[in-house]
Design a protein around this ligand. Structure first.
Ligand SMILES: *Cc1c(COP(=O)(O)O)cnc(C)c1O
Length: 382
């Protein structure tokens, strides 16, 4: 066996060592982790649906009908009428011809990028896109070009050189560690109408949260028809598990033929698909969840500004406080934990060196009093 201790030791010395906490019960503002009660601000359960009894009920009922395991990949016999119905409903929700379910968002990105581009092609990505998109570009063998974060002029410089092969421009909709929204209309405008360029939007943190009906960044900017490929996850605002890609009939058929992370993996359990159908109805109809979330975000930002905290430029439930060193971020996260508040310290390599931060996230399941509690805990740290 290899010697591994050197690496582990180094991680410890640089305050980069990662350890899990073990939580009891369902996702929600109040959680018992490592045996202690916490008020939590670190989940991606933005709409407070992860423990919604209606969704849990759908899961239970569907388990009676479908059992637990899906037994095989979609292309063998793991594709059920539950998956099929959810795909049709997601296509309608996103205003696209078709949608295709993947087992996770990570796999969706690997699948879609490597199915569409290869060795002679280019992936042009925002510097802060999610790790899964970077891994996807590497797996595809395409040349990876990065542009400065949310910087359309930098994007333009990466697009200057004409190419005859394919070029896939990829961006997160809402950036997972910063909470800001990609300037989609400007990005679309810069790309223009080119036969060998396509856009892939990863809206993991926008879907369900942004737009009046929760259709995410494309609804926020009213630019759905200008984004070629939409990918989003179901484990965040939707409160279930999995992911989907939505787009044209040809796109989805291409993925079914050639996305390896689709073909060579077991289908998500049908009961999860059924639970997600219930979640989708709630996401579309319960606007009050998005409104509540916006109120909490406003309350937090106003309070944090009064405390003189360095806020990010974010209107989304992701509200990071950049502190700089990994050491300082860990120290603050620990101090909050001592006060019963759970906020994760995000360190390199998840974020660039020198920008370690507290990543505070809000959920429609929080209340005003809990936001006040967070603010007063932060006050005692500054
Ligand atoms: C969470 C996330 C993913 C991965 O989705 P999973 O379903 O958790 O694998 C992909 N992209 C972004 C931007 C994410 O935040």
């Amino acid at each position: 066996m290899f010697e591994l201790d050197g690496f582990l030791q180094q991680q410890r010395e640089q305050e980069l060592y990662r350890a899990r906490i073990t939580c009891e019960g369902a996702q929600g503002p109040l959680q018992v982790c490592d045996g202690k009660p916490f008020l939590s601000f670190c989940s991606n359960d933005y709409l407070g649906l992860a423990a919604d009894p209606r969704i849990a009920d759908s899961l239970r009922k569907a388990t009676e009908q479908y059992g637990v395991g899906s037994g095989a990949a979609h292309l063998i016999n793991g594709h059920t009428s539950a998956h099929h119905a959810l795909e049709e409903e997601l296509a309608e929700f996103t205003g696209r011809e078709r949608a295709l379910l993947f087992s996770t968002g990570y796999m969706a990105n690997l699948g879609v990028v490597s199915a569409l581009v290869g060795r002679n092609d280019e992936v042009v990505a925002d510097k802060l896109v999610h790790a899964s998109l970077i891994d996807a570009a590497k797996l595809s063998g395409a040349k990876l070009k990065r542009y400065q974060h949310a910087d359309v002029a930098s994007l333009a410089s990466r697009l200057e050189k004409p190419i005859t092969s394919k070029r896939l421009v990829v961006t997160d909709g809402v950036f997972s560690m910063d909470g800001d929204i990609a300037p989609l209309p400007e990005i679309i405008n810069k790309i223009g109408d080119s036969k060998n360029t396509a856009t892939l939007l990863d809206d993991a943190h926008g879907i369900g949260v942004l737009g009046q009906h929760g259709r995410g960044c494309v609804e926020h900017f009213d630019c759905n028809s200008d984004v070629d490929i939409l990918m989003a996850t179901l484990g965040k605002a939707f409160g279930t598990f999995g992911a989907f890609v939505a787009g044209s009939e040809e796109l989805i058929e291409t993925l079914i033929q050639s996305a390896r992370s689709y073909i060579f993996t077991t289908a998500m359990p049908a009961a999860i698909a059924e639970a997600t159908r219930t979640s989708l109805k709630i996401v579309q109809t319960e606007n009050e969840r998005r409104e509540k979330l916006q109120q909490l975000i406003k309350q937090f930002r106003a309070g944090a500004q009064q405390l003189g905290l360095r806020l990010a430029d974010s209107i989304t439930p992701i509200q990071p406080i950049i502190v700089g060193s990994a050491e300082q971020a860990v120290k603050m996260s620990k101090a909050l934990a001592d006060k019963g508040i759970l906020v994760s310290a995000i360190r390199p390599p998840t974020v660039p060196a020198g920008t370690a931060r507290l990543r505070i996230t809000f959920s429609a399941a929080h209340n005003e009093k809990q936001v006040e509690e967070l603010l007063s805990a932060l006050e005692s740290l500054v």
